[in-house]
Write a protein that binds this ligand. Structure first.
Ligand code: ZN
Length: 181
């Protein structure tokens, strides 16, 4: 009799401890942290080194972020040429009403994505705005790869006029004389 009661108590206590919680939806989604970079930026992600026009599209979009409308410029050409001294690209429409960027595509494609966008924005800065190297930042003469954040700062400083000095008339005259041959 004593044994039976003991066993009964165990059974009761066991049934009490049985899990009674209902199945819950416990799918935990880890918040994805996206670090802004060239490859996920809404403008730069569309850049394609084999489609040079994509840099003009991006430049116009960047300008529009600072309320600069470049849609009036319709004479824009990227001309593929063999450039000497490992030069990837050069502005050939400074001080002219048109935009004409010469690109050595072999050299250009070997640059990093950061260097490619820096180079193109720099050359377009020359041709579209007649910006000289005086302003520094984006227009500093050394083409370099910047990290995304710093590049964004330089782009902003350029389009807001902080780092932007136009070629003088004299400089323009000289530039035209060497470009026109
Ligand atoms: Zn330059």
């Amino acid at each position: 009799m004593k044994h039976t009661l003991f066993l009964l108590l165990i059974l009761i206590s066991c049934s009490k401890e049985a899990p009674s919680s209902e199945p819950q939806d416990t799918v935990v989604t880890e918040p994805e942290i996206i670090v802004p970079d060239f490859d996920n930026d809404t403008i730069y992600m569309k850049l394609k080194p084999k489609l040079l026009d994509s840099y003009w599209t991006a430049f116009k979009e960047s300008a529009s972020l600072y309320n600069i409308d470049l849609s009036y410029i319709d004479e824009v050409a990227f001309v593929s040429e063999n450039l000497l001294n490992n030069i990837a690209g050069t502005a050939n429409g400074s001080c002219e009403p048109y935009v004409r960027i010469l690109v050595d595509e072999t050299t250009f494609r070997n640059l990093s994505a950061g260097e490619q966008v820096f180079l193109m924005y720099h050359e377009l800065g020359h041709d579209v705005f007649n910006a000289s190297h005086e302003g520094g930042g984006l227009m500093a003469p050394n083409i370099r790869s910047l990290d995304y954040k710093l590049f964004q700062t330089e782009v902003k400083d350029f389009f807001t006029g902080v780092d932007y000095v136009e070629w003088t008339d004299e400089e323009c005259e000289y530039i035209r004389s060497i470009i026109d041959n």
